[in-house]
Write a protein that binds this ligand. Structure first.
Ligand code: CA
Length: 449
């Protein structure tokens, strides 16, 4: 897509979204809060101290209509952006990850966006010009938006073949699929070389299946993938809520695994903004961060989940029936294929805090896993050549310092004391020690390095 087309598309989207936003506000009115919890009340004015007034009150943040975007939408709809002085903050629906990428390289001054929601390591790749035809647009990672809320869905034609969390028992079936069906086992994600590609690659490789050679793995738009699963031309889909629920509920397929099972409390999607915008507007950046953090705390209160679902399912946001979001937001997943259902709030999407620490804080150790995995699969090997190069890019892009300043100024608790979350353990026992990423790479059987 050319930048010109994507800009035109963007303007249409924004226009439609602004109009329906007015309608939604009229419809929703001021819904009564489910409880008297203080965090549910309308934010009071006055947390912006003299001298802390943001340099600008406007920002355009892109989002993709999946559960990862909830903190941005809630910050807008519950008045947290306004509370911290960002009265003109806009959230803008992006048609795809590619449009988000194109729109951030354009910038809001030219009809694009200033930043928003990203799969990882998109901000690092855009900074280096790796996925933008060499055009470097430096970006800063400012916060993580969420953990979990993603999974691996399988077409119903593969029921009963042992496609669960550990697929080592089904490896021969998957590898032999071509000889019986005339085509390779086919799997999809929504954008190459980022989270959902990484989750399904990790899962296949842990089961002894080489995702580059034993199967076909490619980027396909979600509706097309789901249609292919329905008609028997697509076998697997690495995807996020609410798609997994829809696939099982519509009897299109089943869930092999939740990402919460592959890597409990794994890093998922992030807030990142253009570096030139942040450098010009440091106080506004911290105001955005405070608003997003407060929204994340609001989102994690189980008492607020019903209202959260009501807001994000609305037609100017996800535009889906609220009932589709209720199970995943309660951590309830029907897995299908005779697997027991999951019913654990902590296995659904979380936004502020989990059992490992902060969800919102952008640990550098997680950026390092994404770039180590980039090395593992040989992505962008002319640009990201080794761990040292990866660390240099992370030091440039990750602004956990701004997160810490904002959290302290706002008086939030649960502030991490290290940029590393420590050793990470995957479902197959593999460990990633951020102090020794080479040992992780050495321990992996299937890799391109
Ligand atoms: Ca995701």
């Amino acid at each position: 897509m050319t930048l010109r087309t994507s800009r035109r598309k963007f303007l249409i989207t924004v226009g439609a979204s602004a109009a329906s936003s007015i309608l939604l506000k009229g419809c929703l009115g001021n819904p009564p809060s489910a409880t008297n919890n203080a965090s549910s009340s309308t934010p009071s004015a006055g947390p912006v101290a003299a001298g802390d007034a943001p340099e600008t009150t406007t920002v355009k943040l892109g989002y993709v209509p999946i559960v990862e975007s909830a903190p941005l939408i809630i910050a807008k709809e519950k008045g947290f952006f306004a509370k911290y002085g960002m009265t003109g903050a806009e959230v803008s629906k992006q048609a795809s990850w590619a449009s988000a990428r194109d729109n951030v390289t354009i910038g809001s001054g030219n009809g694009g966006i200033d930043g928003g929601q990203w799969q990882m390591p998109m901000p690092h790749l855009i900074t280096e010009g790796i996925i933008t035809n060499g055009q470097k647009t430096p970006m800063y990672v400012l916060a993580q938006l969420n953990t979990q809320g993603n999974g691996i869905a399988i077409s119903g034609i593969h029921a009963g073949k042992g496609l669960g969390l550990d697929i080592s028992g089904a490896a021969d079936y998957i590898k032999g699929f071509q000889s019986t069906n005339g085509r390779k086992f086919k799997a999809a994600h929504t954008f190459p070389n980022v989270n959902q590609d990484f989750w399904i690659r990790y899962w296949f490789a842990a089961g002894g299946i080489d995702p580059d050679n034993d199967i076909d793995l490619l980027a396909v738009p979600s509706p097309e993938t789901v249609q292919g699963m329905r008609t028997g031309t697509m076998d697997a889909f690495s995807t996020g809520d609410p798609w997994p629920y829809r696939i099982v509920n519509d009897k299109i397929g089943f869930l092999a695994a939740l990402t919460a099972e592959i890597w409990p409390y794994h890093p998922e999607e992030y807030l990142a903004i253009r570096a030139d915008w942040v450098d010009k507007n440091p106080k506004a950046t911290k105001a955005i961060l405070k608003a997003v953090m407060e929204a994340q705390q609001w989102c994690d209160d189980p008492n607020n989940r019903a209202e959260l679902i009501q807001i994000v399912s609305g037609r100017n946001y996800f535009n889906i029936p609220a009932s589709i979001l209720e199970p995943p937001y309660a951590g309830k997943y029907e897995m299908g294929d005779e697997k027991p259902a999951v019913n654990d709030f902590k296995k659904g999407p979380l936004y502020w805090k989990d059992d490992r620490g902060s969800v919102s804080y952008p640990y550098k150790s997680h950026d390092l896993w994404f770039l180590t995995e980039t090395l593992r699969w040989g992505f962008h090997k002319n640009s990201i050549t080794d761990i040292d190069t990866a660390k240099k890019i992370i030091d440039k892009v990750n602004r956990e310092d701004l997160w810490l300043e904002a959290a302290k100024e706002a008086g939030f608790s649960d502030i991490p004391t290290s940029t590393s979350r420590g050793v990470e353990t995957f479902f197959d026992g593999t460990q990633f020690d951020p102090e020794n990423p080479e040992a992780y790479l050495n321990s992996l059987a299937i890799k391109r390095i």
